[in-house]
Ligand binder design. Structure first.
Ligand code: F6R
Length: 244
């Protein structure tokens, strides 16, 4: 794992977005694995600004998102469909047919999981952007998800629902389940960029880098991947800096 520590969020966002822009410019048919949540917002803003200023084109890019809530209307502002449209896709020249987000609304969730694995087989991910949950989840793979999992339905941990309640009217409105790329699907990506900011991620970050490789901390699986870059601000890095 290559660890990069930044003194502020802006320089971190610039460094990560630069890598993504370079990838798209060099390989216009890239497949990008994307995350939602608060962490990538600044990175997406940089991508949108760059598209406007330098005309980096996403016409042939394919994107595959990590996850979606189960049972939430796609058009609800809290759905990851809406999130991606508002915070990235609508401002790029990307073809909506090339943007994939798991279907959490369908009655046949098993078929939706299978369909998502088929999409990833057809479009192997070149670069996967990841955040990390305060409990160490990646995607919505909560603690104790098997490392060999593919796309599946997960019961969201109370910690995750509480962390994400800010995007809903109340905790009761946060869905209890999600459909997520599995850990095997994530680690199949050729390259992984994991981003963590804020003190509430410090414990999970320390475990991810120095802890035992164990499903209890899903992100620890990244120690086994040959091409991972971790981007941290000082707060998220605070426990690894103090343990040196
Ligand atoms: C989002 C996702 C999650 C988030 C994680 C951190 O698609 O899969 O793993 O990356 O929950 O969320 P934020 O960035 O909101 O702290």
């Amino acid at each position: 794992m290559n660890i990069h520590i930044f003194k502020n969020k802006k320089s971190l966002d610039e460094a990560v977005s630069r890598l993504l822009i370079e990838q798209v410019n060099k390989h216009p048919k890239s497949v990008l694995g994307l995350a939602t949540g608060s962490t990538p917002l600044g990175i997406y803003k940089q991508l949108m600004d760059d598209h406007k200023r330098h005309k980096t084109s996403y016409q042939d890019v394919v994107t595959i998102n990590l996850d979606e809530y189960v049972g939430l209307d796609k058009n609800s502002p809290a759905s990851y469909q809406s999130f991606m449209k508002v915070n990235l896709f609508d401002a790029l020249d990307i073809n909506p047919k090339n943007t994939f987000i798991p279907d959490g609304e369908t009655k046949d969730l098993d078929a939706a999981c299978q369909a998502y694995d088929d999409i990833m087989k057809k479009h192997p991910i070149d670069i996967q952007l990841l955040g990390i949950g305060s409990n160490g989840h990646i995607g919505f793979n909560e603690p104790n998800t098997p490392f060999d999992s593919e796309t599946h339905i997960i019961e969201l941990a109370l910690k995750t629902r509480t962390d994400n309640a800010v995007h809903f009217k109340s905790l009761d409105d946060v869905p209890t389940q999600a459909i997520t790329m599995g850990i095997k699907s994530i680690t199949n990506s050729k390259r992984i960029l994991l981003v963590a900011t804020g003190a509430n991620k410090a414990q999970a970050v320390k475990g991810m880098i120095f802890g035992e490789i164990d499903p209890i901390l899903p992100a620890s699986v990244l120690q086994t991947h040959p091409n991972v870059d971790v981007f941290l601000d000082y707060q998220a890095a605070s426990l690894i800096l103090s343990s040196k």
